[in-house]
Design a protein around this ligand. Structure first.
Ligand SMILES: [Zn+2]
Length: 347
């Protein structure tokens, strides 16, 4: 009987320092295991192409198992230089969409078993340069780069340790999703298909001081089942199989939260997609290998928005309108003119 290998088996193998490319080719792999191997660009032993790879066509190595001996030359290699440009591009997109402010936000990409490329501290994400980037190990020690690494990298590293599929993490403060994080209201579900498939539930991680290990731990506790996490009174962090994939989650969650806020102001109860149709979306999502807590739930439990209390009402009653400075000036003028008229009559 053939051995069955699940994504969990592969994750445990990697966590124990094993190499997934040594897995047997003649075993049975579950769909999520195949997806994880594809994500990691790994083929089990014996299934690799017999054509001799040359340096131009060789498949990129799996970042989870890659060992780097000369860190400085790897930092300046064409492969890493391309990733530095990709991070600058994503930084610019975050800034142009108002997802980051001041020097806020940070981006990381895992490039080797114990090496992560990340953004520096104190630089606007809209104006990053490739030469600003840093290498850190999985404990957060800086290994390369002239600028100091972001203090929030500790959160990214905790996420990568807890979720092997998290090759890239993006953190930002997009205003609509951050509004939910400040109100500590988890966005309701089952409203828009794209959100259900690519993101799903966006839970709220407890507040901790930015840059602290505690912050990383509270987010990391959620990344096995969620790729997008709202950070209470702070912002949003997402993970993906690449930097663009992680960034997309940021766009999707903020657009979703904005739509929910607008829809709530229309003054009618929000309607959900029917549960059987949500079940269809979850089947598609599972086939894509994207985690979701709700795979384990019964159909009747899928769209439980009982925690959703928007508390928003439409319109402001006219009597609540506060006097503005120009109102006060006009009142003062009327009073002066009235006094002048009264004086004139009395004289
Ligand atoms: Zn932040």
């Amino acid at each position: 009987m053939k051995k069955v290998i699940s994504s969990r088996d592969i994750s445990e193998l990697i966590a124990n320092g094993g190499d997934p490319s040594t897995l047997p080719a003649n075993a049975l792999y579950t769909p999520s295991a195949i997806d994880l191997l594809n994500t990691l660009k790994v083929k089990p032993a014996g299934t690799a192409s017999t054509t001799k790879p040359d340096s131009a066509s060789a498949a990129p190595q799996c970042p989870l198992t890659r060992q780097v001996s000369n860190i400085e030359s790897f930092f300046n290699s064409p492969e890493i230089n391309q990733l530095k440009n990709d991070i600058c591009d994503i930084g610019r997109r975050l800034w142009e969409r108002d997802y980051v402010d001041g020097n806020g936000g940070n981006i990381s990409v895992r490039v080797a078993q114990n090496l992560v490329l990340c953004t520096p501290t104190m630089v606007s994400k809209g104006f990053l340069k490739p030469t600003d980037m840093c290498f850190v190990d999985l404990d957060g020690n800086q290994k390369s780069g002239v600028k100091k690494r972001t203090s929030e990298i500790l959160m990214h590293l905790e996420m990568m340790k807890a979720q092997p599929k998290a090759i890239s993490c993006v953190h930002a403060h997009p205003p609509h999703a951050t509004a939910f994080a400040v109100a500590r209201i988890q966005p309701p579900t089952c409203m828009i298909p794209e959100m259900e498939i690519l993101v799903g539930e966006a839970p709220i991680a407890d507040y901790s001081t930015p840059g602290s290990v505690e912050m990383g731990k509270s987010v990391a506790a959620l990344v096995k089942q969620h790729n997008t996490i709202l950070m209470a009174n702070h912002g949003v962090v997402t993970w993906g199989t690449g930097v663009e994939d992680a960034y997309w989650k940021m766009e999707i969650v903020d657009a979703y939260c904005r739509t929910i806020v607008f829809a709530t102001q229309l003054g009618t109860e929000l309607k959900t997609i029917s549960r059987d149709k949500v079940q269809d979306l979850l089947k598609m999502k599972k086939a894509l290998g994207i985690p979701d807590r709700r795979y384990e739930l019964k159909e009747c439990e899928l769209c439980d928005n009982s925690e959703w209390h928007p508390g928003v009402v439409c319109g402001v009653p006219p009597q609540d309108k506060e006097a503005t400075p120009s109102d006060l000036q006009a009142e003062e003028l009327i009073k002066t003119i009235t006094e002048m008229i009264v004086n004139k009559i009395q004289n």
